[in-house]
Design a protein around this ligand. Structure first.
Ligand code: LLP
Length: 425
């Protein structure tokens, strides 16, 4: 079910008409539906209930907006963080320390210290070298650091190469063959408490098979580590379940099928489970609302130039990702067009030769499924503003991030005195 739907001929988010947001806030902007993200969180929680009461640690990177985090933390979700910044955001949103997992291949000593002082459930260790540093930091603070071994299971996620993380050659995790040695080292090192194992093989997975293979290896790892005398109490199975971007593409596995698979594979593990979903929770809960600047006559047909660009939503240019694009007030006519942004790069293209609703200058459009990895990956390339984010809740809405525009950039940048600006004038 979508929370962005046509009502009286105009797309609404829940009960708010998008033209009203465009008028009041200005385009382009991201619009998020609270009901959509809550529905996904609840559906996931109820599907996973057959596994006891696992931790659902929302992957903050997917959409770190403070209001989004507060919404999800209010629903009882924890947080999977990969930087000091994400840790601070999770805490500010009210996520309790024992529901925070710290992932990431390059945790710094300062980030380790921040999380140890503030508290967390576990660090997902990505290397022996990281264990050495964590041991030093934790010892210095006089605290024990709970750690899980993130294994690289050497499983191809079958997703886009840039978002697959489980193949042996990738930078993520500890090679399966090295896990016993790393675990032994962790036991020797002071101030580390090995509590579990972790895995995450990639994002936007549209088949359960690679996940099942990876989880199977985690089961083997738990047995091996226990046989070596380690007290393994937790298993973090990562995120990665995909959402449907393209209506004609096959439906990704359902949350319920995923939960059933996990239940089958983890039977008898006797651990507390954790999950790190990101896109699944917020992907469908957001759109990028944009205005058509003009429709330009191109060599191969019309080119719709939007006021949103690749700097606002990188996914199409970075991963050739397909996103649905619709008029906010469709008149029933269609056209075939290229849909582009104003940035000076050929890659600033949202779709090529796509059949879309007929639009002309001044019309509003939405780019769908932009709630995950949208605003969070935005840049100010071409000196474009970081665009606002709006959260809708029924008939209520609020700007949950303000526009960061040229005046802000100019305030933040400094021309040193030695440049002698007066000489240039
Ligand atoms: N856990 C870890 C350790 C991760 O690295 C990630 C995502 C997640 C959980 C959440 O994965 P999800 O459930 O959202 O698939 N920018 C890309 C996606 C990058 C994903 C990075 N890691 C995109 O726009 O498709």
């Amino acid at each position: 079910m979508t929370h962005f739907h046509l009502c009286d001929g105009v797309v609404h988010c829940e009960s708010v008409a998008l033209p009203q947001l465009a008028r009041d806030v200005g385009t382009p902007l991201f619009v998020y539906s609270s009901a959509a993200m809550l529905a996904q969180a609840r559906r996931l929680r109820s599907a996973l209930a057959l596994l006891g009461d696992p931790l659902i640690a929302y992957a903050v990177k997917a959409n770190p907006n403070a209001a989004v985090l507060a919404t999800l933390s209010g629903e009882g979700l924890g947080a999977d963080v990969v930087s000091g910044g994400e840790y601070a955001r999770a805490r500010a949103a009210g996520v309790s320390p024992d529901r925070i997992v710290f992932s990431g291949v390059g945790k710094t000593a300062a980030e380790m210290q921040l999380a140890l002082e503030g508290g967390l459930r576990q660090f997902n260790l990505e290397s022996a070298e990281e264990a050495e540093m964590l041991s030093q930091v934790a010892s210095g603070l006089g605290r024990a650091a709970p750690v899980a071994i993130r294994v690289n299971p050497d499983v191809d996620a079958g997703s886009h190469a840039k978002i697959s993380t489980g193949a042996a050659r990738s930078k993520f995790g500890i090679p399966f063959a090295d896990t016993a040695e790393v675990a032994a080292r962790v036991r020797e090192l002071p101030a580390l408490d090995l509590i579990g194992v972790a895995v995450h093989i990639g994002s936007q997975l549209t088949s359960l098979a690679p996940l099942e293979r990876a989880f199977g290896r985690i089961g083997t790892l738990i047995d091996e580590l226990r046989a070596a005398g380690h007290d393994i109490r937790t298993a973090d199975l990562g995120g990665g379940l995909g959402v449907r971007y393209e209506p004609s593409a096959p439906e990704p596995p359902s949350i319920e099928d995923y939960a059933a698979m996990v239940a089958r594979v983890t039977r008898g593990w006797n651990v507390g489970l954790a999950f790190e979903p990101g896109r699944l929770i917020v992907g469908d809960a957001g759109v990028l609302l944009t205005e058509v600047i003009r429709v330009k006559a191109g060599a191969a047909g019309p080119i719709v130039v939007l006021d949103a660009a690749m700097n606002d939503l990188m996914r199409p240019s970075l991963y050739d990702a397909w996103h649905g694009i619709d008029a906010v007030a469709p008149d029933g006519e269609t056209m075939i067009a290229d849909i582009v942004g104003p940035v000076c790069e050929t890659g600033d293209t949202f779709a090529l030769a796509r059949r879309i609703d007929s639009v002309s200058a001044g019309d509003l459009m939405i780019i769908r499924t932009a709630g995950a990895y949208g605003a969070t990956m935005a840049s100010t390339y071409n000196s474009r503003a970081l665009i606002p984010e709006v959260l809708v809740n029924g008939t209520d809405w609020a700007v949950v991030r303000e526009r960061r525009d040229t005046a802000a950039f100019l305030r933040e940048e400094h021309v040193p005195a030695w440049i002698g600006r007066e000489a240039a004038g």
